[in-house]
Design a binder for this molecule. Structure first.
Ligand code: NAD
Length: 480
């Protein structure tokens, strides 16, 4: 616990850290044991945080130029890099991420603040040819107070991508981290203090989704909501935002396909095929959960993936193995319910939970199912755990139909030596991102990301997010 250099049971409102009467436990998923407490914020703290953010917009924060905002964000990115080891250790303890993944998340968060800090003074409007005697131009302005409801699977990356883009555009943020994953959000806010962010630019209220989260999503003082998490809560958030007529960005996961044609370079594809399924123990919105294989290579793909699966080891986050535990006992139970529904399917291989892994940890062995029908529940619903299904196909049309055959549409991968076929697939697949002969491409801070259907709407990441976190004003001047 030495990595945690700050009190974890305080909320940050208007530049002031304070303790509350109620707390919630912090559980280490690797052991199932309590390691501390966070504050149980609710409607009162959300009211205060929204008011503080509103005041910041007309105060020191709102008066900064875009270049000054960018400089502050670059300073924050530098502090994140300096503290990356501490942040990784905190994340490993708090959410059970193997240290290597936690380290990568900390550096990705730094990269978001670098990227958006660098972009802050490069977002420009247009001039529009119009009627005789007029000059017309557009201005990109902040929404105002933005709400950020963050999940537990990539706490640092998702905070970095949404808060980074929002701050770059001059919004003031109210953040509600997931109750199972608050510590790195609190650490980030401490580092923002150190970087010199004015009071109220970033406010953090920890607490339950049904209390602090619901109060924030429905607050009449917010001007935009960004949410990543489950479809059910996404619906509730969109309904709450509808009452206030404010825009929402929803990123709700997926059931992403990877199509492997018979001419694919399997040596290149195989590590991606497996990693996209087991990274973060499958608790990844862009998890490459469905492996669609052209029938002539089916046996070879399954054999080679199975070899890799048999070598996968699951254990405590600090042991830094292939997979850590799932976030919570509840998530483990959900995943196990799904796996039980695969009872009639062929299991090609499973990984191993290492000997000595604590009894109370939330471990699930990764499982590869093969020869699965695209209609099977495990091929249609998001499991959000370490399980992949292999589905055979015979023709290009069939592959595309299966790829597009779920209610989601977030990410897709296509593996083939035929570039024409790859490009056709990139047009025909309905998803927010398509990767040709790769999957995930280095994390993709720069790459716009978001979904269709149940995967949500709006785009985060990349330059595109700056448009989502701003509103456009048209100015028409008559000068005769
Ligand atoms: P969740 O959707 O309940 O929680 C995500 C965030 O929403 C948390 O900060 C939570 O406190 C908040 N929240 C919950 N109820 C709320 C409400 N009524 N109003 C406002 N905010 C609320 O996710 P979960 O229960 O922790 O996980 C369940 C499932 O969600 C997972 O199995 C997975 O399928 C999905 N999920 C997806 C992602 C993703 O990256 N798309 C991330 C996490 C979870």
């Amino acid at each position: 616990m030495t990595a945690i250099w700050f009190p974890t049971d305080e909320v940050l409102v208007g530049g002031v850290w304070s303790r509350l009467d109620g707390t919630l436990p912090v559980i280490d998923p690797s052991t199932g044991e309590g390691i501390g407490a966070i504050a149980r914020g609710g409607a009162d703290q959300i009211d205060a945080a929204v008011a503080a953010a509103r005041a910041a917009l007309t105060g020191d924060w709102g008066r900064l130029t875009a270049a000054e905002r960018g400089r502050l964000m670059a300073r924050l990115a530098g502090l994140i890099r300096e503290r990356a080891e501490d942040l990784a250790l905190i994340e490993a303890l708090d959410v059970g991420k193997p240290l290597t993944q936690a380290r990568a998340d900390a550096l990705a968060m730094a990269r978001y603040f670098e990227f958006y800090g660098g972009a802050a003074d490069k977002v420009m409007g247009d001039t529009i040819p119009y009627l005789d005697g007029y000059s017309v131009w557009t201005l990109r302005e902040p929404h105002g107070v933005t709400a950020h409801i963050v999940p537990w699977n990539y706490p640092m990356q998702i905070l970095g991508r949404s808060v980074g883009a929002a701050l770059a555009m001059g919004n003031a943020c109210v953040v509600k981290p997931a109750e199972d994953a608050c510590l790195t959000a609190l650490a980030l806010a401490r580092l923002a203090d150190e970087a010199g962010f004015p009071a109220g630019a970033i406010n953090i209220v920890t607490g339950l989704g049904s209390e602090a989260g619901a109060a924030l999503a429905g607050h009449p003082g917010i001007n935009h909501v960004s949410f990543t998490g489950s479809v059910g809560v996404g619906r509730a958030i969109q309904a709450a935002a509808a009452q206030n007529i404010v825009p929402v960005t929803l990123e709700l996961g997926g059931k992403s396909p990877q199509i492997v044609y018979a001419d694919a370079d399997l040596d290149r594809a195989l590590p991606f095929l497996v990693n996209a399924g087991i990274q973060n123990a499958g608790q990844t919105c862009s998890c490459g959960a469905r492996i669609l294989v052209e029938r002539p290579r089916m046996a070879e793909v399954v054999d080679r993936m199975a070899d890799r699966y048999r070598a996968l080891r699951v254990g405590p986050a600090l042991d830094d193995l292939d997979l850590g535990p799932l976030i919570s006992a509840r998530q483990k139970a959900t995943v196990e319910r799904y796996l039980a529904q695969g009872a009639g399917l062929t299991v090609a291989a499973q990984g191993t939970i290492v000997e000595g892994a604590p009894e109370g940890g939330h471990y699930v062995a990764p499982t590869l199912f093969t020869d699965v029908s695209p209609d099977h529940v495990l091929a249609r619903e998001e499991i959000f755990g370490p399980a992949q299904v292999v589905i055979p196909f015979d023709t290009e049309d069939e592959a595309i139909a299966i790829a597009n055959g779920t209610d989601y549409g977030l990410v897709a991968g296509v593996w083939t030596a035929d570039m024409g076929r790859a490009l056709r697939a990139s047009r025909r697949i309905r998803s927010g991102q398509v990767f040709l002969n790769n999957y995930g491409a280095g994390g993709g801070v720069e790459l716009p990301f978001g979904g269709h259907g149940l995967s949500g709407h709006g785009r985060e990441k990349g330059f595109e997010a700056l448009y989502g976190f701003s509103t456009l004003k048209t100015v028409a001047a008559w000068h005769g």
